[in-house]
Design a protein around this ligand. Structure first.
Ligand SMILES: NC(=O)c1ccc[n+]([C@@H]2O[C@H](COP(=O)([O-])OP(=O)(O)OC[C@H]3O[C@@H](n4cnc5c(N)ncnc54)[C@H](OP(=O)(O)O)[C@@H]3O)[C@@H](O)[C@H]2O)c1
Length: 175
């Protein structure tokens, strides 16, 4: 996740205009492609899915399995690959279904979605790329938890653009 220094992943209206442009970070490899190569499946919230579609640059995940979370009878656009599906239900059921399909490394994307997975002890590792900007308000990455999520710092990197990437292991996960 790309996150502002004050913990937001988007402006309140969903805008991502505060993310650095390709020009700002030219020549820097923040590890996205290497990370994606290790991912078996992506789980994203419906809002994040709609944001991805709004970029209008085509489906960016090729034939990687993608689960879009929604509690409604959400209909996917017809032109998407059949590797994309919509699921609801509890986080535990969703994760059990993914494991049953043989997916082990799942990339969880979206604010509310990450909050639900974290709350249910289902996040093992968090990779946060901190953008040097304070937004003051927006869509938060984190929300209320019944108890603290204890983390161990696993890696940290920084780049001349000012981006700092923090990788944490989440202690005491449920799977
Ligand atoms: N900076 C970054 O790296 C980054 C990364 C990802 C996203 N974003 C931005 O963050 C914004 C979206 O984040 P968000 O917090 O608004 O939402 P989100 O997690 O993308 O989507 C929330 C929606 O997902 C569904 N959902 C979530 N948990 C569910 C569950 N347990 N069971 C069933 N459905 C569930 C619900 O859809 P229904 O309402 O249909 O039930 C819910 O309204 C977008 O602006 C996106 O661009 C930024």
């Amino acid at each position: 996740m790309a996150v502002s220094l004050d913990g937001f992943i988007a402006r309140e209206n969903g805008d991502l205009d505060w993310l650095p442009s390709g020009e700002d970070v030219a020549g820097e490899d923040h590890g996205y492609h290497a990370f994606m190569d290790t991912v078996d499946a992506i789980v994203m919230g419906r809002n994040t899915f709609e944001k991805v579609l709004s970029f209008g640059v085509g489906w960016p995940y090729a034939d990687k399995p993608v689960v879009v979370l929604s509690r409604s009878a959400y209909e996917l656009p017809a032109d998407l690959p059949d590797t994309v599906c919509v699921l609801g239900g509890t986080m535990t059921d969703i994760v059990a279904g993914l494991l049953q399909r043989g997916f082990e490394h799942v990339y969880v994307d979206g604010g509310v979605t990450v909050q639900h997975f974290l709350r249910d002890g289902l996040i093992h590792r968090m990779i946060l790329t901190v953008i040097p900007v304070v937004l003051g308000s927006g869509i938060p990455l984190f929300g209320a938890l019944a108890e603290d999520a204890q983390l161990s710092l696993w890696d940290h990197r920084s780049w001349p653009s000012g981006l700092v990437q923090l990788t944490y292991e989440v202690n005491g996960t449920n799977t």
